[in-house]
Design a protein around this ligand. Structure first.
Ligand SMILES: C[S@@+](CC[C@H](N)C(=O)[O-])C[C@H]1O[C@@H](n2cnc3c(N)ncnc32)[C@H](O)[C@@H]1O
Length: 250
């Protein structure tokens, strides 16, 4: 999907932003596989608005190159980038980086957007140092029934089936290109602190699946979700599983 042709870049941080606690939680999840001190150059591939970029650079005390083909998403990332973060417009399929130049390639919610995942993986293999890691967060077809909004937006189900990849596809794309899988885990991740906050985040429609629904279908789903939210306790967070993979060069 070409994010520049949507309203998502301006809405992304409001609709998909993290609380500091959720961001810290994810950094700890990543650190279980890639220890601090082992990383000096990070690639944030499909960085979007840089939801992770500064945090990863700070946490690992590393330089980070943030890459995305969307000028508008990258403009948001650039606006926030710390001195250790360099933003560059490029696609995963053709990385403007030398061979063996990064210790970690981080890919969050972007792999299913890559037009040629096999080429993107080959590029990751090329730019990664021999002891480097790819850390990948993704939604997958296997988990569609667990995603919180699906029952409220029934039309999202076939779109998710078309847009997402399976866990098996992601694993085989990497293992077929010179990587080994060292970790796959379903990480429970807080999408919002409660259902009311969740509905208000979704209202920004900063989601590549929800933007494909008709306005009518989206409005109906959001109204149903808001009604449901009224019946839920304010201290019940909305939690969804995120597929988290770590691959290393063979
Ligand atoms: C859902 S956003 C995720 C952004 C960020 N990684 C995050 O977790 O917030 C998906 C991003 O993938 C980018 N993208 C799409 N096609 C791409 C490609 N071929 N190479 C790299 N990034 C791509 C989009 O422009 C968009 O910014």
């Amino acid at each position: 999907m070409n994010y520049d042709k949507t309203n998502m870049p301006a809405a992304y941080d409001a609709g998909r932003g993290y609380s500091p606690g959720v961001l810290a939680y994810w950094l700890e999840v990543i650190a279980q596989s890639v220890s601090r001190g082992s990383v000096s150059e990070i690639l944030d591939l499909g960085c979007g608005t840089g939801r992770y970029s500064n945090a990863l650079a700070d946490f690992y005390d590393a330089n980070l190159i943030a890459i995305d083909p969307s000028e508008k998403m990258l403009a948001e990332a650039r606006r926030k980038a710390s001195s250790r973060v360099r933003c560059e417009r490029a696609s995963a399929e053709s990385l403007p980086l030398p061979n063996a130049s990064v210790d970690m390639a981080f890919i969050s919610m972007a792999f299913h957007h890559f037009e040629h995942p096999d080429r993107a993986v080959a590029e990751c293999r090329r730019v990664l140092r021999p002891d480097g890691s790819v850390c990948l967060r993704a939604g997958t077809i296997d988990r569609i029934d667990s995603y919180a909004y699906v029952d409220f937006f029934p039309g999202s189900r076939p779109i998710l089936h078309r847009a997402l990849q399976s866990q098996a596809f992601i694993e085989s794309t990497f293992t077929g290109a010179g990587f080994k899988l060292v970790r796959h885990e379903l990480i429970p991740s807080e999408a919002a602190e409660n259902w009311i906050a969740y509905a208000e985040k979704l209202a920004y429609r900063a989601d590549s699946i929800l933007v494909q629904l008709s306005d009518r279908e989206f409005d109906q789903g959001l109204a149903a979700l808001r009604e449901h939210a009224k019946t839920t306790p304010p201290n019940a967070p909305v939690v969804e599983p995120v597929d988290f993979f770590v691959f290393r060069p063979v």
